[in-house]
Design a binder for this molecule. Structure first.
Ligand SMILES: [Zn+2]
Length: 385
């Protein structure tokens, strides 16, 4: 069977596992583990604390540092309320395209990597090739974070990571981070006529938002001169400010949902230091003068690390050579790439299909894109021997 036929069969099987982020991915992980194991790979499966999700990490070739990681997330976004022309979890082929949930985001890349595994296994590999398939990317990259911790514990240092998110096989060497937070203000309810007896949670939330606005302006001035992002600075958005019940009631609770998209990690530190200072030194002490149980608490909804474009990037050099693509771009969507970068790897995002089709009904990947991806992975063999 040709590698494209193998890939078609693998993708059909992968799509048939409805690995929506809210549900278990264990069936799919076991399927991939069996496949890679039968190729002779050393396979590790690392479960999350609930035992319903797992990461897979597998290696072909020598057990040493400096390997090349092919990475993809196993979870997909839900199909509820979407109008599909065919069953989203049954792959169908129409007009040179393979349709199904996850076809481009990103089971297509996983299928291609898995189809190459037996071919890599037949070679005398000098450089290890690793397969890293994670859970919960779509809801905050939790799987990749756990995988990173496991690799560190094992003291294994691969050198290069290719993240196969759909880029139409273009090379992406940078994206902003995406940090989402919910900050809750607990004050003390009371009658509007006696503000001195209550702690107005909405008013404290407003002061917090005022600080966010101040920081938003400061971040513009902190933009790196060579930033390639649009806009070039770290942005902050206040997405929701919720609280209160009526004109004459002091609101006891308020909530601010906000996000920050850092272009550099030190901006995120700058913002969190400033906000901590405001809460700990100013707002909370003032609130507690009236009500000792008053509090401000920030919940982390997700902190996706940015991918910093680097001057030296072996991953970019390799993928440029393999694809013939002469330039590398930055994009606005987040991926797991930044997490791999913090482990010291050089990283690019490059995979089949378009982000335009991701998360939508009738998601597809074209066979042409899959062939291009397989071409890249076949040429990668030369880098492994
Ligand atoms: Zn994705």
């Amino acid at each position: 069977m040709s590698v494209l036929d193998d890939t078609r069969q693998l993708l059909r099987d992968l799509i048939s596992y409805p690995t929506v982020s809210a549900d278990s991915n264990l069936g799919l992980i076991k399927y991939l583990a069996d496949h890679l194991h039968s190729c002779g790979a050393r396979v590790d499966i690392w479960h999350d604390e609930t035992g319903t999700k797992a990461n897979l990490f597998a290696t072909l070739g020598p057990e040493r540092d400096g390997g090349i990681v092919l990475s993809g997330h196993s979870d997909v976004v839900p199909v509820a309320d979407q109008d599909w022309s065919s069953d989203p979890f049954t792959m169908t082929e129409r007009d040179g395209k393979w349709y199904g949930r996850g076809a481009c985001d990103m089971k297509g890349f996983i299928a291609a990597a898995a189809a190459m595994a037996p071919r890599y296994a037949r070679m005398e590999l000098q450089r290890p090739v690793h397969f890293a398939f994670t859970y919960d990317e779509e809801i905050g990259c939790f799987g990749a974070r756990a995988l990173a911790a496991a690799l560190q514990q094992r003291d294994l240092r691969p050198a290069v990571a290719i993240i196969g998110e759909p880029t139409m096989m273009q090379i992406i060497e940078g994206h902003k981070g995406c940090h989402e937070y919910t900050t809750r203000f607990t004050g003390l309810e009371g009658h509007g006529s006696r503000p001195d007896l209550g702690v107005n949670a909405v008013e404290y939330a407003v002061r917090y938002v005022a600080k966010l606005l101040e920081l938003k302006a400061e971040l513009q001035a902190r933009a790196p001169a060579d930033s390639r992002f649009t806009p070039p600075w770290t942005t902050i958005n206040t997405g929701a400010l919720v609280g209160g019940v009526a004109h004459n009631v002091i609101p006891g609770k308020a909530r601010v949902d906000w996000e920050m998209r850092p272009v550099q990690p030190r901006d995120a530190d700058y913002v969190s230091t400033a906000l901590n200072q405001l809460c700990q030194e100013e707002l909370i002490p003032q609130m507690r003068r009236t009500h000792p149980e008053a509090d401000i608490h920030t919940e982390v909804i997700g902190e996706i690390d940015g991918l910093q474009p680097m001057d030296d990037n072996e991953a970019r050099d390799i993928v440029m050579e393999l694809t013939g693509c002469r330039h590398a771009d930055v994009v606005s969507f987040g991926t797991e790439a930044g997490i791999f970068q913090t482990l010291g790897m050089s990283v690019v995002v490059c995979g089949p299909g378009s982000i335009e089709q991701a998360h939508k009904p009738d998601e597809f990947v074209s066979i042409d894109q899959m062939s291009q991806c397989l071409g890249m992975l076949e040429r990668l063999s030369a880098k492994l021997v």
